[in-house]
Design a protein around this ligand. Structure first.
Ligand code: ZN
Length: 68
């Protein structure tokens, strides 16, 4: 057996391109962290599921005193 000479497969995080060792400890592989995983999944979902119409975030100008 070779305890220290085991080659570790390294992958790049699709989100931030950081090197991620492909080991059981890297539970979010191929992502480096849960954050990058969520970012990538969010970007993927955003690209695939094109929501018709913009989300109702048009909330600017809510405190405009002239609108009274
Ligand atoms: Zn990352």
């Amino acid at each position: 057996m070779s305890p220290a000479g085991k080659p570790v497969h390294i992958v790049s995080c699709p989100t931030c391109k950081r090197s991620v060792p492909w080991v059981p400890e890297s539970r979010y592989r191929p992502f480096c962290s849960e954050r990058c995983q969520l970012i990538d999944l969010g970007a993927w979902a955003d690209g695939r599921h094109a929501i018709p119409g913009d989300p109702q975030w048009a909330d600017d100008g809510g405190d405009d005193p002239d609108s009274r």
